[in-house]
Design a protein. Structure first.
Length: 366
C-alpha cells in the first residue's frame, strides 16, 4: 500500500476526501492518479493536499497541483513536489482484459482514514453507461473515491462510485486511464507493446459510444513533462550527442546549459538542496522569477560565460524535470508539513435513476 495516497480537497463546498495511486515518482515530482469528481468545485483558491505514506511512517503532506481531470470518465491527475523517489505502481496491460469472477484488490482511504485493503471480485464489465467500467463486490465508503483497483500488483481501475442498491463498487477501467495519460504527455507510463486498437478491458456493447475526451491543453508537452518542464540531464546529454562533445570538457558547459535555458521564457528555476550528510533530508527550492543576473551566474558556474548573455527570453529555462508547487495563500500548510486532519461529515450517497437497458453509473459521494 506504499503507492496509495490520501487526498483532501478544500474548495467552496468545504473539505472533501479522496484517495489516489502513485504512477510515477522521481526527485522533484510524483504523479498521482485519482478520480475527477472531487475537483468539480475546485476554484483558483482551492487547495489540494496529498498525504504520502513512506515505509509505514507518519504521513507526509504535500500541496498538490491538479494537472487535469475529466468528469465524463471521472479520472484526475495530480502532481506533488517530492524530494525523494516514492514507491509507484505500474499500469496493467490493456490487452489482458479482466473477466467476471477475477479476484482483485481495492485500496482506499475510507472516511479519510489510513489506506486499507479490501479483497473484491469482478461481477460485471461495462455494466453502466459512460466510460468503460468495472463492477466489483463490496460497497466503497466515502473517501475511497480515486483509490486503485489492482490485479497481480498492477493497476486495473480507479474507484469512482458506489451502487448501494446492489451493494457494488464501480471503477473506471484502463481505457480512459490510458487515454488521459496519452493526452497530457505521460504516454511513457503505458505498458510497452500496447496494441494500436486494443479493447478497453472488455468489449463494450455496440450501442454504447466510446467515451470522448477533451483535447489536451497545449501547455502539456508530448515528452511527458509538466508545463514548463524538461529533464535537464537528458536535454544536455542530447546536446552533447548532437555536438560530439562532453559536458565535462572545458569551455562547453555554459554553451550546453545556455542551449537548454534558451528554449522558453517565463519559467521557474527549481533546485534541489542536497546535504552531504545523508541524515539530513533534501529540500526543493523554487525560484518563481529568476533575474538575468542569476541566470548569468548559473551559466558562469558551468563554463565560460558568453560575452553577451542575451535577454531574459534568450536565457531563461524550461526548468529541470521538477514540478512547481501550486501558489497558495500564506495560511496554507507547507508542502513539507506533516499534519493530520480530522475527517469531516460526508453527504449522503448520490444515485441516479437506472436505465432499463444499461443502468446509469451512480455518482460517487465526495
Amino acid at each position: 500500500m506504499a503507492a496509495s495516497t490520501r487526498l483532501r480537497v478544500k474548495d467552496v463546498g468545504g473539505m472533501n476526501f479522496g484517495s489516489g495511486t502513485i504512477l510515477e515518482s522521481r526527485v522533484g515530482r510524483t504523479l498521482i492518479l485519482t478520480c475527477g469528481h472531487i475537483f468539480r468545485q475546485l476554484g483558483e483558491d482551492g487547495i489540494v493536499e496529498v498525504d504520502v505514506f513512506i515505509s509505514g511512517q507518519k504521513p507526509v503532506t504535500y500541496v498538490g497541483k491538479v494537472i487535469t481531470f475529466d468528469l465524463e470518465t471521472d479520472i484526475g491527475l495530480v502532481a506533488i513536489p517530492t524530494s525523494q523517489r516514492i514507491a509507484a505502481i505500474p499500469l496493467a496491460s490493456i490487452d489482458k482484459p479482466l473477466q467476471v469472477g477475477d479476484s482483485l484488490v481495492s485500496i482506499g482511504c475510507g472516511g479519510g482514514d489510513l489506506p486499507s485493503r479490501e479483497n473484491v471480485e469482478v461481477t460485471a464489465i461495462n455494466k453502466y453507461t459512460g466510460a468503460a467500467n468495472i463492477e466489483c463486490t463490496g460497497l466503497p465508503v466515502q473517501g475511497r473515491s480515486g483509490g486503485g483497483l489492482f490485479h497481480n500488483k498492477e493497476l486495473v481501475g480507479v474507484c469512482i462510485a458506489a451502487d448501494p442498491k446492489d451493494h457494488r463498487g464501480v471503477f473506471t477501467a484502463l481505457g480512459p486511464v490510458y487515454e488521459i495519460l496519452e493526452k497530457v504527455g505521460f504516454g511513457h507510463l503505458l505498458p510497452v507493446g500496447r496494441p494500436a486498437e486494443a479493447p478497453v478491458v472488455a468489449t463494450a456493447a455496440a450501442d454504447v459510444p466510446a467515451p470522448t475526451m477533451p483535447a489536451a491543453p497545449p501547455m502539456f508537452a508530448e515528452s511527458g513533462a509538466l508545463p514548463g518542464e524538461v529533464d535537464l540531464g537528458s536535454a544536455i546529454a542530447e546536446a552533447e550527442f548532437a555536438n560530439g562533445t562532453s559536458g565535462n570538457s572545458p569551455g562547453n558547459g555554459a554553451n550546453d546549459l545556455q542551449q537548454v535555458l534558451g528554449q522558453a521564457p517565463d519559467s521557474e528555476v527549481i533546485c534541489i538542496v542536497r546535504p552531504k550528510n545523508p541524515q539530513i533530508p533534501s529540500r526543493v527550492v523554487i525560484i518563481h522569477e529568476a533575474s538575468p543576473k542569476l541566470i548569468s551566474y548559473l551559466l558562469d558556474s558551468v563554463g565560460n560565460l558568453p560575452a553577451n548573455p542575451g535577454s531574459m527570453n534568450d536565457l531563461f529555462s524550461r526548468s529541470s524535470g521538477l514540478v512547481p508547487t501550486t501558489a497558495v495563500e500564506s495560511s496554507a500548510p507547507s508542502p513539507f508539513a506533516t499534519n493530520s486532519f480530522a475527517a469531516s461529515p460526508f453527504s449522503p450517497v448520490e444515485t441516479l435513476p437506472a436505465s432499463t437497458a444499461r443502468p446509469l453509473r451512480p455518482t460517487s459521494p465526495r
